[in-house]
Ligand binder design. Structure first.
Ligand SMILES: NC(=O)C1=CN([C@@H]2O[C@H](COP(=O)(O)OP(=O)(O)OC[C@H]3O[C@@H](n4cnc5c(N)ncnc54)[C@H](OP(=O)(O)O)[C@@H]3O)[C@@H](O)[C@H]2O)[C@@H](O)CC1
Ligand SMILES: Nc1ncnc2c1ncn2[C@@H]1O[C@H](COP(=O)(O)OP(=O)(O)O)[C@@H](O)[C@H]1O
Ligand SMILES: [K+]
Length: 507
């Protein structure tokens, strides 16, 4: 699903009006109806009052139409219009006239207002939507501060009022803190970013029938990977396939005291459909691995100066005609010898065109001063899976906000021609073509030691099976989140562990 800018949505709106064709007021009617349908499904009529706060633009117009539609359905309504300006939109005017015939509208015209909220109230925020042009001040600021203090359920229409859809707010800005945001047709970039969580709450999309041709033909750098889009990337297994069909993966992971990382990644790799798996790790890890994962083969670190690390001199002959994918990093440790080995590994994979996943310590080894100057050795199209701290260390600089973080992410991915999965809620998968794809699955229960190792195993398995790197990254991140969602259903977010994610991988 595309994420369009406010400007592009405005054009989509105009295009729909012209080409469907449909009158602007009727499109607003359709949008409001879509909101009402969502609302009725989620808030059955009962012992509560719905308080709608309307601005003076089209977002306010939506609010008035929503009030008109909800009242006959049995909801106890109170409608407030905040008169912060003399300017109103045409659709607002039309909807005001339509609603005036039906119920009494209350006006908030100056700072001398008092609002009373009771615990069960549900507030619908239709003050400002995508037309926000500056930070909120004055009367609107006072009203929003009052609403935010109420601690009742707040549902925003299209956008939490005061939040910019595709750029950063000032840290002091006044913004509605919604529990739910019901957005029209497409998600906004703002919804994907951690800095906006307290304003957006849980977001939902309702279809308002914007012109499909327009959306299809509009280019954007941001995408939200919906379950429907991602699930169709999974290749079905053919009847006469055999284990050779699904590739042989090499996983380089673990060190003394960090064998769990290797086990989690390896188990996840096997659960994700790889034909054969070899794990390359320290000698002391052999009994652990072979006990916990008898399905995998084991390749002991050789030429190792220290028995604690995988410091190995890799040789091309050990790779050619052997492996279809290499995953490296979980728990391998960081030092100069390991970095030199990694550089050699990168060279071999580049020469033999073996796709790679680099995670955790593989990235940390490229994050020292010497390491950063060797980043160009990472083969093109490799998949890097840093969490934000690892990414910051890799690029050697911090960002001022989440928008700048996305700029740095894109810049890094394009410059080095690699795929970067920046992990977290809505993991952002940046492709070398400059696009960023946000993931839709997963939950905060995955914020637990070892869950990143599981992702490395999943993506490595997909690469070994011949999935194109960008597909392996988007699909792997999604399936990892789905497994996390299943694990949280069974154990709850607080109690689930990374091994529960592994046990819930299902392709
Ligand atoms: N997507 C779609 O296709 C559809 C979208 N629809 C709906 O339209 C909404 C967008 O409507 P919109 O463009 O009228 O903008 P909206 O947010 O109501 O406010 C604009 C007004 O507020 C003003 N203003 C701005 N900032 C301000 C501030 N800080 N403090 C005070 N005032 C401020 C601004 O004034 P100005 O900047 O010109 O001074 C202008 O007068 C969208 O979110 C959705 O709900 C559906 O109905 C139909 C299909
Ligand atoms: N709040 C969250 N919502 C969704 N997914 C999350 C959340 N927190 C963490 N995750 C996922 O869990 C994994 C954590 O990886 P990482 O930080 O590398 O953990 P570790 O190093 O312990 O293995 C990532 O895939 C990340 O996307
Ligand atoms: K709003």
């Amino acid at each position: 699903m595309k994420i369009l800018s406010v400007e592009q949505i405005r054009v989509a709106d105009a295009y729909t009006i012209q080409h469907e064709p449909i009158a602007s007021i009727d499109l607003m009617e359709r949008a409001s109806r879509a909101f009402v349908n969502w609302f009725c499904k989620n808030f059955e009529t009962g012992n509560f009052k719905v308080k709608i706060f309307c601005g003076l633009g089209d977002n306010g117009g939506d609010g008035l139409a929503i009030a008109r539609m909800l009242q006959p359905l049995g909801y106890d309504m109170e409608v407030f219009v905040v008169k912060y300006s003399d300017k109103t939109s045409e659709n607002f005017q039309i909807n005001l006239k339509r609603l005036e015939r039906q119920l009494t509208i209350k006006y908030i015209e100056n700072e001398h207002f008092t609002l009373h909220f009771s615990e069960n109230d549900v507030i619908i925020d239709a003050l400002l939507g995508s037309g926000l042009s500056r930070s909120i001040e004055g009367l609107l600021k006072s009203v929003i501060e009052n609403i935010n203090r109420s601690e009742v359920t707040i549902i925003s229409v299209d956008m939490p009022s005061g939040l910019f859809a595709d750029k950063s707010n000032n840290s002091t800005d006044t913004i509605i803190k919604a529990i739910h945001t019901v957005a029209f047709q497409l998600p906004k970039l703002a919804f994907m970013l951690p800095q906006n969580e307290e304003f957006v709450g849980e977001w939902h999309i309702v279809d308002i029938g914007l012109h499909k041709d327009f959306i299809q033909n509009t280019e954007t750098r941001y995408h939200f990977s919906t379950p429907k889009e991602v699930e169709k990337l999974i290749k079905p297994r053919k009847k006469f396939s055999h284990k050779g069909t699904f590739g042989h993966a090499l996983l380089i992971a673990g060190s003394h005291g960090m064998m769990g990382a290797a086990v989690l990644a390896a188990r996840a790799c096997m659960r994700s459909g790889v034909g054969k798996l070899t794990v390359h790790s320290v000698k002391s890890g052999l009994p652990i691995l072979q006990t916990l994962l008898p399905e995998a083969m084991y390749w002991e670190a050789w030429n190792s100066k220290s028995s604690d690390f995988i410091a190995t001199s890799f040789h091309v002959d050990d790779f050619s005609n052997h492996f279809q994918a290499v995953g490296v990093g979980p728990g391998i440790g960081v030092n100069g010898i390991i970095r030199t080995s990694l550089e050699k590994l990168c060279e071999i994979c580049r020469d033999l065109a073996i796709p790679m996943v680099l995670d955790a310590d593989a990235l940390n080894n490229f994050s020292t001063e010497k390491g950063r100057s060797a980043i160009n050795k990472i083969p093109e199209s490799s998949i890097l899976t840093p969490h934000p701290k690892e990414f910051r260390n890799l690029i050697g600089k911090s960002w001022k906000d989440d928008y700048e973080k996305l700029d740095f992410l894109r810049e890094f991915s394009v410059r080095n021609k690699v795929i970067v999965c920046l992990k977290g809620a809505n993991t952002a998968v940046a492709l070398p073509d400059g696009t960023i794809h946000f993931n839709s699955s997963g939950n905060a229960g995955m914020a637990t030691a070892g869950s990143g190792d599981v992702l490395t195993g999943i993506i490595t398995a997909l690469l070994a099976q011949g999935y194109e790197p960008k597909v392996a990254a988007i699909l792997g991140v999604y399936q990892h989140g789905v497994a996390g969602d299943r694990a949280s259903e069974r154990f709850g977010m607080t109690s689930m562990m990374a091994s529960d994610i592994v046990e819930n991988i299902r392709f």
